[in-house]
Design a protein around this ligand. Structure first.
Ligand code: ADP
Ligand code: ZN
Length: 609
């Protein structure tokens, strides 16, 4: 009997399990039901694929998503596992063929759409087979409380009842509130399942919220700074998708688009272009992504604020599934709130809902939206905010989000406040009129600009009083004083006057504080750190080879090898088959299949050929 580490190494090329995987695998191997709750990218598929390879009999994997099934089956085949899928993307001729093969026990793992489970032809095909396990992927689809309720998932329970011998049942999901969890266990009829919740944190994702002056420019800057990466840009409306995609294309960026208004054919083509790395950037509405298993997504940018933390985390979580550092950026503008509210209040018609249910849903959505707005405005750790939302404990600072990277402190600015307030007072007293913030700051800083001289402001006793403070910083303090009600500015002209409250500071010792946000020095990130120049060159060669192989086999590049694997390969630079097998992510089958080609390239690069 093989052991699970052997299988992990032989097929997947990994040497260690991630959190939760080993326990879940052991339980299934001992015949127990399991329920695994892991974030996207946490490594759920391996949790049922390894037992499937080790148990006697076949394993059925129920999955809602056609593209995901295709992807996983390609990946399995490329590891030397006999697998197939049954769903509506196949012609009836193809289905007949697959069913015949199933009957002849040609596959170890079969992916199947839930609505196919109860078809006569499928039931007939499996009637004489030993079904060791039924693994339910995206198990939250079974619950009406979940965001992606699929009635066809309810048939899984009926299917299980039809089987002569009950198989092991395992369920997996990334999203699970308590109601959803209860539903999954109850409706699927899990028996004393081992429940493993690995937590929601994805440490390799960096979170950032920006409120840029111009979103198009901010987006362009970001993408152009990462020419070698591919990523997803989410927009909240179809129109915004069209405009943004066009804008990027005009700037020479290889971008494509996806939304529900496009023909099925175009959606299909565009999605494939992105998955197969023919296009770097996918601009899409939230219709895109469910079931996209592409592991090398380097960033997910939200061009608009989404409607809930749940959706945000699910969409942003599509970055960095290969475990490499990746960015999740939200380009926020207060106008996004209006759009989001409008979209919530005008949902697509659903005739099954009563008026009351409809208004209930809207109410709940608005509460979720509030939490999302909170995320965009918080001064606290962004990762902490998300984890808190999902009810998970977390350290106060993560060190890998835009808020943790800048420090905010309450600075005592009382002395400066006094100087600013008395300057405004003097100007009014001595000149008989008021000035706007720019000029006041100029006076205090001791600027020699023409207008200050013309107005003879140089003669004021406060002129140059703050000459060691940059003018921009003086401006910020003036805004802070205005925000705190010590100054008011004329709504049209902008000139400044003191309020009664200013006296408290000038004469009664009241202290003034201001929140200052300082950007910490950027610490170099792992991937950005000056990489070993030798490996950088080799990595390029390996990537080029991967692309060639992927094209020859008409497969997405990441199914050949993931970025993480190529990086390890460049580092180890294996020149023998034994060394090649030591690279993380290289299993036996892939070593046989690709080893020679990669070793040749490496030798050539090292000049040993
Ligand atoms: P999920 O389905 O939970 O979103 P996947 O099963 O797609 O996640 O796994 C995400 C990535 O992590 C895949 O590239 C997979 O090969 C990799 N992975 C899974 N388990 C391990 C492990 N134990 N060691 C290294 N990489 C792993
Ligand atoms: Zn943080």
């Amino acid at each position: 009997m093989q052991d699970k580490y052997e299988v992990l190494y032989r097929y997947f090329g990994y040497t260690a399990f991630r959190g939760g995987q080993a326990e879940l695998i052991d339980a299934q191997l001992s015949g127990r039901d399991v329920f695994g709750i892991m974030p996207t990218g946490g490594g759920k598929s391996l949790c049922y694929q390894i037992p499937a390879l080790m148990l006697e009999g076949i394993t059925l994997v129920v999955s809602p998503l056609i593209s995901l099934m295709k992807d996983q089956v390609s990946a399995l085949k490329n590891m030397g596992v006999s697998a197939a899928y049954v769903n509506r993307s196949l012609t009836s001729e193809q289905i007949r063929l697959v069913l015949r093969n199933i009957q002849q026990q040609k596959y170890k793992i079969i992916y199947i759409a839930p609505e196919r489970l109860l078809t006569e032809s499928f039931l007939a095909a499996i009637s004489n087979l030993k079904i060791a396990m039924v693994a339910v992927d995206e198990a939250h689809c079974i619950s009406q409380w979940g965001q992606d309720f699929r009635p066809s998932y309810l048939r899984i329970a009926d299917f299980l009842k039809l089987l002569k011998k009950r198989p092991i049942v395992s369920a997996f999901t990334a999203t699970a509130t308590q109601e959803v969890r209860d539903d999954v266990e109850r409706i699927l009829g899990l028996q004393n399942p081992l429940r493993i919740i690995t937590g929601y944190d994805r440490p390799n994702l960096r979170f950032e919220v920006v409120q840029p002056k111009s979103k198009p420019l901010a987006l362009l800057d970001f993408i152009e700074a990462r020419p070698e990466k591919c990523g997803i840009v989410y927009c909240s409306t179809r129109k915004e998708v069209e405009n943004t995609c066009q804008m990027l294309q005009n700037k020479g960026i290889s971008a494509t688009r996806y939304h529900a208004g496009l023909s099925e054919e175009e959606r299909h083509t565009n999605q494939d272009d992105f998955v197969y790395d023919r296009c770097k950037v996918m601009v899409a509405t939230n219709a895109f992504g469910m079931g996209i298993d592409k592991s090398n997504v380097g960033y997910v940018i939200h061009y608009n604020m989404p409607q809930s933390i749940e959706s945000y985390y699910q969409e942003a979580g599509r970055a960095g599934r290969d475990g490499e550092n990746a960015d999740c950026i939200l380009l926020y503008s207060p106008a996004d709130i209006r759009t989001a509210k409008f979209l919530i209040q005008h949902p697509t018609e659903n005739e099954e809902l009563s008026e009351e249910e409809r208004s209930d849903i809207i109410k709940r959505s608005l509460i979720r939206l509030d939490a999302m707005i909170g995320y965009c405005n918080t001064n606290h750790c962004l990762r902490g905010y998300i984890l808190e939302y999902f009810g998970q404990e977390h350290p106060q600072l993560c060190g890998n989000c835009s808020n943790c990277e800048s420090t905010a402190e309450q600075r005592d600015i009382t002395e400066y406040a006094k100087m600013i307030l008395s300057c405004i007072y003097r100007i009014q007293e001595q000149l008989g009129y008021s000035l706007g913030a720019t000029l006041v700051a100029g006076v205090l800083h001791g600027s020699s600009e023409k207008r200050i001289k013309e107005l003879r402001l140089t003669e004021l006793s406060t002129y140059g009083l703050m000459n060691h403070v940059p003018r921009s910083e003086i401006r910020e303090m003036i805004s802070a004083l205005e925000n705190q009600g010590y100054i008011i500015s004329h709504p049209d002209r902008g000139d400044l006057k003191l309020t009664g409250k200013a006296r408290e500071v000038l004469f009664h010792g009241e202290k003034v504080k201001m929140l200052v946000r300082k950007k910490k020095r950027e610490k170099p990130r792992k991937e950005d750190a000056p990489s070993n120049p030798n490996t950088a060159g080799l990595l390029q060669e390996l990537k080029a080879l991967r692309l060639t192989l992927a094209k020859e086999e008409n497969m997405p590049a990441y199914i050949v090898f993931s970025n993480a694997t190529l990086q390890d390969m460049a580092q180890k630079a294996p020149v023998t088959m034994a060394e090649f097998l030591n690279v993380s992510g290289v299993g036996n089958y892939k070593a046989q299949r690709y080893g020679q080609a990669f070793i040749t390239t490496i030798k050539k690069y090292l000049g040993e050929d």
